[in-house]
Design a protein around this ligand. Structure first.
Ligand SMILES: [Zn+2]
Length: 264
């Protein structure tokens, strides 16, 4: 079992004290932590001056009866899910897919959150970075982070959880998608620039090796690397092979749409 002290001692050698960091975490990967996600968030904030995590809210997704073609949306079939859509609220919890650690960071009294109805980010001491996000440019905080010499931190997760790769994909010209979010007035709002699928992202791991600092905490592999190095590697990889980092699932609609867009 790990306690708070174990965590702060274990995370210290990452050298992130003065850095701006985007983290992605699986609490379960660590094994048992005394105090759970709260202990981990406190230990992270002890070791990292400026910490950001994605606090995306997929419950707000709403699909109109028609929309752009090759958008990885079956408009007719998606109608049945619209009755489950919830309008975005600033205090809406982060989606369970984001992990409980992100939700605990969001709940900190000193945390701020950006206002994108699907792709919000949250964090401490990152207000200026969060403020760069717009409806049209949902990945702008990742660019701002890169411009601040930011670092990525993967805590018990691999690159399939690494949201920053989506920014590099976009910069490399990869197809982006359109989604819609239900708003509090009951109407959906268009959310352009929605990224593709991340299931194939782990293939970038070998190229990132020279830039990665790694250690193990409990059962979790913890990796950190500069965001700029990641963006450059992903950008060059996609420029060389436009199909790179796509997943191989035969039923993946977004990867299929990217392949389709490349035929034109
Ligand atoms: Zn895919």
């Amino acid at each position: 079992m790990l306690n708070f002290n174990d965590l702060i001692v274990a995370l210290e050698p990452l050298g992130l004290q003065k850095k701006v960091v985007i983290a992605h975490a699986s609490l379960r990967a660590f094994g048992h932590i005394e105090g759970g996600a709260d202990s981990l968030v406190t230990a992270l904030l002890y070791n990292i001056e400026s910490l950001m995590m994605p606090s995306h809210t997929y419950k707000t997704l709403f699909t109109p009866i028609s929309g752009p073609a090759n958008n990885a949306v079956n408009y007719a079939r998606a109608q049945q899910w619209n009755r489950l859509a919830e309008p975005f609220r600033p205090e809406m919890p982060a989606d369970v897919m984001m992990g409980t650690v992100a939700e605990h960071l969001r709940q900190r009294p000193e945390s701020k959150r950006s206002m994108h109805p699907i792709l919000s980010f949250t964090g401490v001491n990152v207000q200026k970075i969060l403020d760069t996000q717009t409806l049209e440019d949902p990945l702008a905080p990742l660019m701002a982070l890169a411009n601040s010499d930011g670092w990525c931190l993967l805590l018990g997760v691999d690159h399939t959880a690494n949201t920053s790769i989506h920014l590099a994909e976009k910069l490399a010209g990869r197809k982006q998608f359109t989604r819609w979010a239900l708003m509090e007035d009951g109407n959906p709002i268009v959310c352009p620039g929605f990224p593709g699928c991340s299931a194939g992202f782990e293939t970038i791991a070998t190229q990132m090796e020279p830039f990665v600092k790694k250690l193990t905490v409990g059962g979790a592999l913890v990796q950190t690397f500069p965001l700029r190095a990641l963006i450059t590697r992903v950008y060059e990889t996609i420029k060389k092979d436009p199909l790179a980092l796509l997943c191989q699932r035969p039923d993946c609609e977004r990867c299929a749409a990217v392949r389709e867009a490349l035929k034109n």
